[in-house]
Ligand binder design. Structure first.
Ligand code: PHE
Length: 451
């Protein structure tokens, strides 16, 4: 019983690695990382980001996977089981609830942005067949945002493909999808990278991404880097914990955690090396690009370069696939939770969860037009939801996971789950999870709230 989840199991180590990498690699790598790096002084930001991945991301990822594998249930019920068996306060179940609410909120706006990637893929496919070119990318982008119908249509399509996978279950849905989609994603990325290299401007991009200029580092750089580490590795919202619940006992957690973190980081860097050379070639300054960087500046380059239209289809297709495999991991925890309530089949559970999240997504979609003047915490609606979920709930969730795994979960359980680590390796993990990760996250949270 302990060695099996009622929801199904990954059939192999590779299946887990692809699924967890699919969750981690997403809009965060290809859309958010490049503009954060360019807004925060390039190389110095990248270095700090890498340090955050190793010191905070890796140990928390291992903690999430091992807690999931111990509990074998959706986050809320995994925490219930762990606290009951360990004789701890049931209050720790709040970790599961924070995770689930964060997943619901993140998916609600992620699906709208995922819809943009579908819309743009479609616009460029249409161009191959004689559709109108995008001559004024800013007008196209703002036109899309101004149209509730367009946003809601593509938000619905994105939710539909997501629920389509999750409804089919762990082996027949999630695993089959990532086994097909992740190789496709790597293939497209390599193609784009090849083009980036062929422009001859890769040197400039490498210098921009890797040459640290510490004079540009401020407290904000640190905040941005740690926040991005959480968001990009999908940590703090128990999605990786849920995937850990389906991980067979004999698979090494330290090893998969390292592979998944390394994959996620490599994709972010490679995406940077694919995108920046193109921007440099066409004289588009990356600094201060902001969230619109990809949607408003790259289309200018696509218009000018040879094979720009098929290239654009590949590019937005890559974004779409990356977003899709991430959204699957956001819908899985609430779906598994509904299944565990015992009243609904997986299919019904997935559909109910998706409908609920789709409805919340309407707030984001309408926040760009009908409600564009509404401000919450000084932000527009999408910004406010993203702030609460990504900037507050993920670090708070991560902090609680670190404290629970470090101070409450029995040392023997952790040791047996991480049995592949050497004695020294385990001591390092304990040090990172008990001290380094909580202190860093607390400092960053304090800055965010009071700084
Ligand atoms: N990691 C995903 C990305 O980089 C986003 C995500 C966050 C997915 C949290 C799941 C959970 O785009």
């Amino acid at each position: 019983m302990d060695n099996h989840s009622i929801h199904g199991m990954w059939s192999s180590r590779l299946a887990f690695i692809l699924a967890a990498s699919g969750s981690a690699v997403g809009l965060g790598n290809i859309w958010r990382f490049p503009y954060l790096a360019s807004d925060n002084g390039g190389g110095a930001f990248v270095l700090i980001y890498l340090a955050c991945i190793v010191l905070v991301g890796l140990p928390i990822m291992a903690a999430e996977i091992l807690m999931g594998r111990q509990g074998r249930m959706s986050p809320v019920n995994t925490l219930r089981k762990l606290t009951r068996e360990g004789g701890h306060s049931g209050g720790w179940t709040v970790i599961g609830w924070i995770g689930m609410v964060a997943a619901v909120l993140i998916l609600s706006f992620y699906s709208v942005v995922g819809g943009w990637t579908m819309h743009y893929t479609w616009l460029y496919i249409a161009q191959i067949f004689g559709g109108a070119p995008i001559t004024d990318p800013v007008a196209t982008f703002t036109g899309m945002l101004a149209s509730p119908g367009t946003l809601i249509f593509w938000h619905s399509m994105f939710m539909l493909v997501t629920v389509g996978v999750v409804a089919l279950g762990v082996e027949k849905g999630l695993e089959r999808a990532v086994k097909f989609l992740m190789p496709l994603l790597f293939l497209i990325l390599l193609g784009l990278l090849g083009y980036g290299i062929s422009t001859g401007n890769v040197g400039q991009a490498i210098e921009f991404l890797f040459k640290p200029d510490f004079s540009e580092v401020t407290g904000d750089t640190l905040l941005a880097a740690l926040g991005q580490a959480f968001f990009s590795l999908s940590l703090g919202m128990c999605g990786i914990m849920t995937y850990g619940a389906y991980l067979p006992k004999d698979i090494s957690i330290p090893r998969v955690a390292v592979v998944v973190s390394a994959t996620d980081t490599s994709v972010a860097l490679l995406a940077g090396l694919a995108i920046f050379p193109v921007l440099f070639t066409f004289g588009i300054a990356p600094a201060g690009g902001g969230p619109g960087l990809i949607f408003t500046s790259l289309p200018l380059a696509f218009n000018d370069m040879p094979f720009g239209i098929p290239y654009a289809v590949a590019f937005f297709g890559l974004l779409f696939v990356a977003a899709w495999t991430s959204s699957i991991s956001l819908l899985e925890p609430p779906t598994a939770f509904l299944v565990e309530m015992g009243k609904m089949s997986r299919r019904t559970s997935a559909i109910v969860a998706a409908l609920f999240i789709w409805a919340i997504g309407l707030v984001t979609a309408l926040g760009f037009n009908v409600w564009q003047n509404v401000r919450v915490f000084g932000r527009d609606l999408q910004g406010a939801i993203e702030f609460v979920a990504s900037d507050l709930m993920l670090p708070i969730g991560g902090l609680l996971i670190a404290i629970f795994a470090g101070y409450f979960l029995s040392r023997d359980i952790a040791r047996s789950e991480l049995s592949q680590l050497s004695k020294a390796g385990f001591a390092i993990w304990r040090f990172l999870i008990c001290i380094v990760a909580p202190v860093l996250v607390l400092v960053v949270l304090a800055f965010k709230l009071f700084g």
